[in-house]
Design a protein around this ligand. Structure first.
Ligand SMILES: Nc1ncnc2c1ncn2[C@@H]1O[C@H](COP(=O)(O)OP(=O)(O)O)[C@@H](O)[C@H]1O
Ligand SMILES: [Mg+2]
Length: 388
């Protein structure tokens, strides 16, 4: 992303573009630096952000994707975008909160104040300690609110009604429609710090909800594969890193999902109706997983490389080695990119523990070393056959 040392305060208004000049395409390009393999979803996200920052049109999204496909990563990257693009300074009061924190399960009560408290903290961090009530209210009313794990707030859990889920969905849908919430806090009024009540209007907020909806995959899979369902799984050709081609029948939720499936799952129809779009994330392909492994800031390889730097060892990885790891990770469809961490950990742990005895360690002079994660090493550690 752009240089984050740019101080938005140092620019006069003349330096900043108007918000309509920052196109969805540009927003998409920025998000794509941190989120790989989810272009279709990111286009929806980019448009939603554009709508949110330019006007009064809500751009609420529901993100559905298997665990480890990038839902939380998308939310984090929206935050990064707001932070890195100086024009988006007024929108930095963004918060990512877990759905279960928005309900009090003892009292069966929706707690919008918890969401507003999180938004307020962000707003204060941006506005500074002398924020006036008006400034605070304005920043909170423009907030982007990301609610993670909404799927845990289904109205049905294990076939039984889940009342707390209904409480949450009803509460959220009211906020998304636009509600004035009386919110108690303190602020500077006439130069003095005072207790105040802000009437926070939620109409201008953007809501992005995310969830893995795990049971949904099984539910739709069963509907589709039931004899006589009239549906048919699609075949995909898969080329392995070692050169073989396999034909696999893969179930992809996106091929079959209907609104009715979400109602059956336990999403309240009126809640679903508040979203502009329901966006499905892709399961990550071997190629994308490989790219995440090699490139993403948060990847286990990149982290390990930082660790070895401390020992004056430069860590590298062979292309085939990366492919083998990605291929293995891709088989763990339930953990997505998270599987990279487990698999890479198995390979690297002994080297991190004692790199000095590894035959692949090479001295490059002046106390510097080079260590290459080779395909051989990966095969040995993962117990794979050497196919070539
Ligand atoms: N599409 C993606 N692009 C880049 N990294 C990803 C992507 N999906 C997952 N990851 C990585 O995998 C890990 C888990 O991703 P996360 O976004 O938390 O998954 P979830 O969809 O379960 O919220 C993170 O470390 C993240 O960096
Ligand atoms: Mg997550």
């Amino acid at each position: 992303m752009k240089d984050s040392t740019v101080d938005p305060d140092s620019g006069t208004d003349g330096d900043l573009r108007s918000l309509t000049e920052i196109s969805p395409k540009e927003i998409f390009g920025e998000l794509r630096r941190g989120v790989l393999g989810q272009d279709a979803a990111l286009r929806f996200v980019a448009v939603a952000i554009f709508k949110h920052v330019t006007g009064k049109v809500p751009g609420n999204l529901l993100l559905i994707g298997n665990s480890g496909t990038g839902k939380t990563t998308i939310m984090n990257n929206i935050q990064r975008l707001y932070h890195d693009v100086p024009e988006y300074r007024p929108f930095r009061a963004m918060t990512i909160i877990n759905a279960n924190l928005l309900v009090d399960s003892d009292r069966m009560e929706f707690r919008p104040d918890r969401l507003l408290t999180a938004a307020e903290q962000r707003a204060r961090a941006i506005l500074g300690p002398r924020a006036t009530a008006e400034e605070l209210k304005a920043a909170m009313e423009r907030a982007t609110v990301c609610i993670d794990e909404v799927d845990k707030m289904s109205s049905v859990v294990a076939g039984k009604p889940n009342a707390i889920g209904v409480v949450l969905q009803q509460g959220l849908l009211t906020l998304m429609e636009g509600e004035k919430v009386a919110y108690r806090t303190h602020a500077v009024v006439d130069g003095e710090e005072r207790e105040i009540t802000l009437d926070v209007d939620t109409r201008g907020m953007m809501f992005i909800c995310g969830g893995a909806f795990e049971g949904l995959y099984d539910q739709v899979y069963l509907r589709v594969t039931r004899p006589g369902s009239g549906e048919k799984l699609k075949s995909h050709a898969i080329r392995t890193a070692d050169g073989d081609v396999r034909i696999e029948q893969r179930f992809s939720l996106g091929d079959f999902l209907r609104d009715e499936d979400l109602f059956t799952y336990g999403m309240v129809p009126q809640f679903l109706a508040r979203f502009d779009n329901i966006v499905l994330l892709q399961d990550l392909s071997v190629e994308v997983l490989k790219e995440i492994l090699i490139r993403s800031v948060d990847s286990p390889f990149v982290r390990s490389r930082r660790y070895f730097e401390v020992l004056n060892i430069s860590l590298e990885i062979d292309d085939l080695a990366a492919s083998l790891i990605a291929e293995k990770a891709e088989k763990h469809t339930r953990t997505g990119a998270r599987a990279l961490r487990t698999i890479f950990g198995k390979i690297i742990n002994r080297l991190e523990f004692d790199p000095w005895r590894y035959e692949g360690l090479e001295e490059t002079g002046e106390g510097q070393y080079r260590l290459v994660v080779s395909a051989d090493l990966v095969r040995r550690r993962l117990g794979l056959d050497a196919a070539r």
